[in-house]
Design a protein around this ligand. Sequence first.
Ligand code: AMP
Ligand code: MG
Length: 486
Amino acid sequence: MVSWKDLRFVNTFAQLPAVFYSRLAPAPYAENYLVAINPAAAQLLNLDIDARSLSADQLAGLDLPSTCEPLAMLYAGHQFGSYVPQLGDGRALVLGDVYGADGALWELQLKGAGPTPYSRRGDGRAVLRSSIREFLGCEAMHGLGVPTTRALSITGSDEPVYREQVETAATVLRFAPTHVRFGSFEVHYYRNQHANIKILADYIIARHYPEIAVHPQPYLEFLSHVIARTARLIAQWQAVGFTHGVMNSDNMSILGLTMDYGPFGFMDAYNPGYNCNHSDSGGRYSFDQQPSIGLWNLACLAQTLIPLISVEDAKAALARYEEVFDAHYFALMTAKLGLVQADDEARALVTTLLEIMAKNNVDYTLFLRRLGGFSSVSQDRNAELRDMFLDREAFDAWAGRYAARLMRTNCDAAARKRRMLGVNPKYVLRNYMAQSAIEKAQQKDFSEVEALLRVLQQPFAEHPAYAHYADYPPAWAEQIELSCSS
Ligand code: AMP
Ligand code: MG
């Protein structure tokens, strides 16, 4: 374990040519308090978080370790379908990379630490509300086994920040192997600076895809890897009922990680058209659009690699996306139903179940968790599941087919239940849960953030003291509106 001031930053991104970033120091507030710290993340980073060796001011960016070379990354991106020529880290700074306890290099980023040359009209700050959502959101995804950026801490300050209302400021210290995005490539393509695309691709391949460095067509192989990772990531989003909310190409990780948590949402009732972003009136980024938007964004990335690969090869690589997505999605959903083979019958059971859940507004997480207790021999024991549907006959018809399948293939109900409890979470971060933690935190009570962190990091465990979070959301949850404002 090392103390904060002894962290040795390696600064690999800072060794790239200056065109890729702007160097600058953070502009933290003078007084900061600790809102939350994530012990699991600290352990991974090999960081001593004992209060005697680490202060809130340090986590907010005051008193950076001497080896740190902070910078804001340059990127561009397609936002809601239109190309925006320059975005970049408008309120986040890369502090550099540090070696974790696992021997891997982790890139640390401080979000909300003041304006950068890429802030455009923004103030460079983040509010407490959105910082708590990012912190809990990414750790919840990690707990569910979904690739994501991680978060170490949130610090708060009483300084006002102006959004739709006056709020208070916060910073999140987040980390990932890299925060490079599709948009990091796009900016150089549209500026006709094609040599930079090769430099950036070589940097990412050397650090994150070393196995393809010796491949005869490394850039095509790189694209294929990003396509496969993105397809698998979005399959996981669909399987856990997660909607990102702002799938602009600048929010798409080159490593296939969930990143830039904004107005994201976990579904309550299953609704394919679920749109958690109030600013997205056209529903471009609604739940059922995510798989095709993933491909759309990958096409934007592929375009930037045209100086390095042929159009035909890029098209052929993109053409494999759907197959990877589909296979991974049905494998996950089949397992959630406790079935072993993802064959045509299993796919039909998944598809029909989702159809009747949508028609009956059935709670996605709750139903699948309870489905572990399904009995293929006693209808009576399925009464609770059945009662979740208004159209009982639709449930009965599906349950009959499901029971027949279970009886034909794997009869050991206890083993099936165990498997299902390991893939169907008891807890997801529903919007109302984040909202409750936020409202308490705004009153300086951070206990709910800490409690939710603990529960969501192990979402398949029972946590009997928090069973109220494994129930239906309260009625007021429907009134929560999330926008891009953060
Ligand atoms: P997002 O949709 O949150 O991923 O952000 C899109 C772009 O806007 C990125 O370049 C962000 O850095 C920038 N941005 C968002 N909020 C702010 C802010 N308060 N100050 C400066 N830049 C911001
Ligand atoms: Mg972003």
